[in-house]
Design a protein around this ligand. Structure first.
Ligand SMILES: *Cc1c(COP(=O)(O)O)cnc(C)c1O
Length: 369
């Protein structure tokens, strides 16, 4: 069986360095907010190209903390609107609604699966305060047009960079393109920890201070509480592991791109829609996504032939029970993508033979009717 993602094999690749880092933390007797956080935060900020990285408990928290901080700073108020793509993982939208802000869903484009920047201006109102772009599947969602709209309407640009560490737009990394970004280091992400972990990146001094305080009970000084904050800290063990894996992130991305290129150049089955890649710097292939209108049949066929796949995602946010108020909406592009999407095996430990086998199996697929 070719696994969708073999985490055990990924860890084995850097096993010695990781064990050394974990042992160092175990032996140090210091497990939260210490040297490992400091080192990782510095190295990650440098990697992304921002003044600050603030480690936190997970990617959802990273996004929640950004909006919470803007509210505490008086830049946003509950009831204000935040524009967000309709086809994203639920966390992007939860981060908005948890803060009492109103998510305004915008359809993506079929060509990139990213938010369609030609549909943003028409939904901007006097209450719009931010655009949350999501670099979905590891592809850059930022466009010059989005940057111009933020300037024109004085909107904050927040990036959900959970899937796109290392992705670039004109030489700059995603996560440094807007005012602030949330990052997830969930184990399966391109930069993955051994459990939950996340971070906020920003170059805004005030925001960085507010986010850091908010993630630590709202405290800037021990036992003095400026905000009603939360407990969302990055463990020293996770920071140490992440710092090891950060050193290898670019090599890992290179391998992902090789696999992606192989898929794109070799899959010839006319029933498959491949991703359109115009700029190879602007995609880090967290997920290699194909589409077909016989998705469920293809998934079963692949499994029967030894290829494990995953769907990202089977149900769009506006059709979820947790957002009943949107269930009546028809967002046809989002729905079509959710009905047709299939994610092929993709990882920095995939071999050429494995990629070859995936291609062979797909090209042999003949769907009746
Ligand atoms: C994984 C993910 C998140 C949430 O990250 P967690 O660390 O699981 O909380 C947010 N947004 C997107 C697009 C993601 O893929």
């Amino acid at each position: 069986m070719i696994k969708f993602l073999d985490l055990q094999k990924i860890t084995q690749k850097y096993s010695d360095e990781i064990h050394e880092a974990v042992n160092r933390v175990v032996d140090s007797g210091w497990y939260l907010q210490g040297k490992e956080n400091e080192t990782f935060e510095m190295n990650y900020a440098q990697y992304i190209g921002t003044k600050y990285t603030i480690g936190c408990a997970n990617g959802l928290d990273a996004l929640i903390l950004i909006f919470r901080a803007y509210i505490e700073m008086g830049i946003m108020d509950p009831g204000d609107e935040v524009i967000v793509p309709a086809n994203t993982y639920i966390a992007s939208i939860l981060a908005i609604s948890e803060n009492g802000l109103k998510p305004v869903l915008v359809e993506p484009s079929f060509e990139t699966y990213q938010i369609d920047d030609s549909k943003i201006e028409e939904v901007i109102t006097a209450r719009t305060k931010a655009i949350l772009i999501v670099h979905l599947y590891g592809q850059c969602a930022y466009t010059d047009k989005i940057g111009e709209l933020c300037k024109k309407y004085n909107l904050k640009l927040v990036e959900d960079n959970a899937q796109a560490h290392g992705c670039k737009f004109n030489g700059r990394k995603t996560g440094s393109l807007g005012d602030a970004a949330g990052h997830s280091f969930y184990p399966g992400k391109n930069l993955g920890a051994f459990g939950d972990a996340g971070a906020v990146t920003t170059s805004d001094d005030e925001l960085a201070k507010a986010v850091r305080a908010m993630a630590n009970y709202g405290s800037q000084k021990k036992y003095v509480f400026k905000y009603c904050g939360r407990n969302s800290r990055l463990d020293e063990v996770q920071a140490a592991v992440l710092d090891v894996k950060l050193k290898h992130l670019d090599e890992d991305i290179t391998i992902r791109k090789k696999v992606a290129k192989y898929y794109i150049e070799h899959i010839t089955n006319p029933q498959i829609i491949l991703p359109i890649i115009k700029n190879w710097d602007a995609h880090v292939f967290h997920i290699f996504t194909i589409r077909t209108n016989k998705r469920d049949e293809l998934q079963k066929y692949l499994l029967d032939n030894g290829v494990q796949t995953i769907i990202h995602y089977p149900i769009p946010p506006h059709k979820q029970e947790c957002y009943k108020e949107w269930n009546h909406l028809t967002l046809s592009i989002t729905e079509k993508i959710h009905n047709e999407e299939l994610s092929l095996p993709m990882s920095p430990v995939m071999t050429e033979e494995e990629a070859k086998k995936v291609v062979e199996v797909i090209d042999n697929w003949k769907c009746e009717n």
